[in-house]
Design a protein around this ligand. Structure first.
Ligand code: THU
Length: 138
């Protein structure tokens, strides 16, 4: 895995926990926060739900979008926090499949994903065979 020092990982996890507090999740009551490190800066996102259920935005994709919108397309690491998930229910802490595919657009297989209370993963542990048309993550 590309190396991220412990202090940086801790800062990313702190940022993910903090932004989860801003989630708009009146339907699921499931707060999610994500923090992306890109270009030496931390970009954050939370889930944003809608009365029209299919319009919900995931925290990870909001954070990735913030980095891209700032012109930072080289993503270094991601942290995600799901404070409402039971600590021992690992699958409720991991990024969904759509978010994994979006990460694969920009990130190589060794991209580190830190899960609050759940250790760390390489992106290719989470999505071994992403769909590709030859973008930057290819
Ligand atoms: N959610 C995320 O923000 N990220 C994920 O990877 C999985 C799910 C959000 C979407 C919805 O607001 C809530 O969690 C419950 O699915």
């Amino acid at each position: 895995m590309s190396t991220i020092d412990d202090a940086t990982a801790a800062a990313l996890l702190d940022a993910a926990r903090e932004v989860a507090r801003h989630a708009h999740c009146p339907y699921s009551r499931f707060h999610v926060g994500a923090a992306v490190l890109a270009g030496g800066h931390i970009f954050t996102g939370c889930n944003v739900e809608n009365a029209s259920a299919g319009l919900a935005l995931c925290a990870e994709r909001v954070a990735v979008g913030a980095a891209i919108a700032a012109g930072e397309c080289e993503l270094t690491a991601l942290a995600v926090a799901c404070p409402d998930a039971p600590p021992d229910d690992r699958q409720k802490h991991l990024p969904c499949g759509a978010c994994r595919q979006v990460l694969a657009e920009f990130c190589a297989g060794d991209f580190p994903v830190f899960v609050d209370g759940g250790g760390s993963y390489r992106l290719d542990d989470l999505i071994p065979q992403p769909f590709r048309l030859g973008g930057p993550g290819a």
